[in-house]
Design a protein around this ligand. Structure first.
Ligand code: ADP
Length: 244
């Protein structure tokens, strides 16, 4: 589904990603962990070309973006529309209801009719447990509920892969579980997902593979059962000790 080949990304003098190679198969859930500032968010943003990598290439379902060449807008649009991004903050439109927030993408980006977008939005909000909150505005929803609207909104574009950037880190502790459960359900349904998170329980329960990144490089990747109990690299061990 996704092949990342030797991606680098620099901001001015600062090389944040130093040659990342990663393959993700359809239906796989990859959790990315690592210290603050190691490049996790940048990697995720490169995957949907919110950040343009400095070099390397990314192939998504047979479409390759080669960053040694100038990208056509069409290629960037492909990556944006086929990846659903869920951010740390919810970024919902404050003056739109939950339903309208979820309808927005299909109507504006995919030019779907309002009737079909509304039907789909209702189904998706029901799926994330908000079938009774369709007409609520973001300020009337808890952080966990807003984040679930954010997930429904990303799903509305029917992406090939969902990218989650610390989706629970702005939430009060008691609201984290409900968001992780929605993500777990998605994973169980076979959605391809790349998740940056500090929630090691989620990584243990839902990840097919955990990737440990430090200073812009993949240090180690493995099944969660292996990586958490038997890390091969000293740096992974140190990081896991710090957060446990
Ligand atoms: P992580 O998600 O692992 O905490 P990030 O990918 O957010 O790490 O950031 C990695 C490094 O890149 C940090 O040093 C950060 O300051 C820097 N960085 C991220 N985005 C930008 C940007 N737009 N401009 C300049 N530096 C950036």
């Amino acid at each position: 589904m996704i092949a990342i080949k030797d991606i680098t990304k620099s901001f001015g003098e600062l090389e944040v990603l130093k040659g990342i190679d990663l393959e993700i198969t359809k239906g796989e859930v990859v959790v990315v962990i690592g210290p603050s500032g190691s490049g996790k968010t940048t990697l995720l943003r490169c995957l949907n070309i919110l950040e343009v990598p400095t070099s390397g290439s990314i192939t998504l379902d047979g479409h390759t973006a080669d960053f040694s060449k100038r990208l056509a807008k069409k290629e960037i649009d492909y990556f944006r529309s086929e990846t659903g991004m869920v951010f740390q903050g919810y970024n919902l439109f404050p003056h739109k209801t939950a339903l309208e927030n979820v309808m927005e993408g299909p109507v504006i980006v995919k030019k779907e009719s309002k009737v079909s977008a509304r039907n789909k939005a209702e189904k998706l909000l029901t799926k994330v447990g908000l079938g009774d909150k369709l007409d609520f505005y973001p300020f009337q929803l808890s952080g966990g509920q807003q984040q679930r609207v954010g997930i429904a909104r990303a799903l509305a574009l029917e992406p090939k892969v969902m990218l989650f950037d610390e989706p629970t880190s702005a939430l009060d502790p008691e609201l984290i579980g409900e968001v992780l459960q929605v993500m777990k359900d998605l994973a169980d349904e076979g959605m391809t997902m790349v998740v940056v998170t500090h929630e090691m329980r989620f990584a243990q329960d839902a990840a097919d593979e955990v990737v440990f990144i430090d200073k812009g490089k993949i240090i180690e990747r493995n099944k969660p059962s292996e990586l958490f109990t038997n890390p091969k690299e000293e740096r992974t061990r140190q990081f896991l000790n710090l957060i446990s």
